[in-house]
Design a protein around this ligand. Structure first.
Ligand SMILES: [Zn+2]
Length: 302
């Protein structure tokens, strides 16, 4: 295929967009030799892990009253007056978005759809919901970090630290929107503050686990090049299209046996070059996966 034909040139409103085309997705899943899943923020939102509205006001009424916070996205950047206050906020943010499963079983539905199928998952989500739903962790590639990990803020060394125990203590022992000073985490090597292991700037630490996951994902893509592949994109918005969306379009364009499926609420599209092999489903992801499950069961999978 020529370089020109491989060009992906932005979404066009063609293709099949109605939820009725779930049957095409079901068929593509059944026939796929390999499934490559790409998951973005819309998947977690569909699972009820919303960062604003009722859920935010229910979880953070005290912080809203004192600091005028408006939602969990912007709260992550709020200049809290001290580390003790900052960790009082963040520990609760981490706890409710990383250690508690989402209110809806969306991820569990997806894990069941993938069970028994050759697959890999790449996600920009940092909320660990795939693992909480029982996904095979050796098939997951978390590109942007994990709320459950800390790193040196400098960073003086390449390592990450599980934060579950400390975060639980912070949630339980915070008073008047502050954690006890002794719980504020510091780097065991240089003594500087620990920070979230999130790709927010160039200081993001890619530890051994990150590199192993990246390599497994890359090897999977190589091993299944040219096969009957389903690229299943779920809830990927326009914020960071270079991580999932554009590579998915390019892989579909490169492989005439590939099918691109885009499942999202209000944001679906595919370049014209792959429109005839694209299944675009503009629908609530949880509802769509729920409808898909029985369609697959009747198709006689093991
Ligand atoms: Zn350090």
């Amino acid at each position: 295929m020529s370089q020109q034909e491989r060009t992906v040139d932005g979404p066009v409103p063609t293709g099949r967009t109605a939820p009725a085309h779930l049957d095409e997705l079901a068929q593509a899943l059944e026939q796929a030799e390999a499934v490559i899943v790409g998951a973005g923020a819309g998947l977690s939102a569909a699972a009820g892990l919303t960062y604003s509205g009722e859920r935010f006001t229910r979880l953070f009424p005290d912080f809203i009253a004192r600091y005028g916070l408006t939602d969990m996205y912007s709260a992550g950047f709020h200049p809290f007056p001290s580390p003790e206050v900052r960790w009082a906020y963040w520990s609760r943010h981490i706890w409710h978005n990383r250690y508690e499963p989402g209110p809806l079983p969306t991820y569990a539905r997806l894990v069941r759809l993938l069970a028994g199928r050759e697959h890999t998952v790449i996600t920009t989500n940092v909320d660990h919901q795939f693992q909480l739903a029982g996904a095979d962790r050796t098939r997951l590639f978390y590109t942007q970090g994990d709320y459950g990990l800390w790193q040196c803020s400098v960073p003086c060394h390449v390592a990450t630290y599980d934060n579950e125990e400390t975060v639980r203590e912070m949630v339980l022992r915070q008073r008047d929107l502050q954690v006890p000073g002794e719980l504020v985490p510091h780097c065991p090597v240089c003594g500087e503050p620990l920070a979230m292991n999130l790709r927010v700037d160039a200081s993001f630490v890619q530890d051994e686990g990150w590199h192993e996951a990246a390599e497994r994902h890359r090897a999977f893509l190589t091993a299944h090049q040219g096969e009957r592949v389903l690229l299943l994109e779920l809830g990927v918005g326009a914020n960071t299209p270079a991580i999932i969306k554009y590579p998915f379009w390019a892989m579909t364009a490169d492989n005439p046996h590939a099918t691109y499926a885009c499942l999202n609420l209000g944001q679906v599209g595919a370049p014209s070059a792959i429109a005839d092999r694209s299944v675009l489903i503009d629908a609530d992801i949880d509802a769509a996966l729920s409808a898909l499950e029985p369609m697959l069961a009747t198709a006689g999978r093991p």
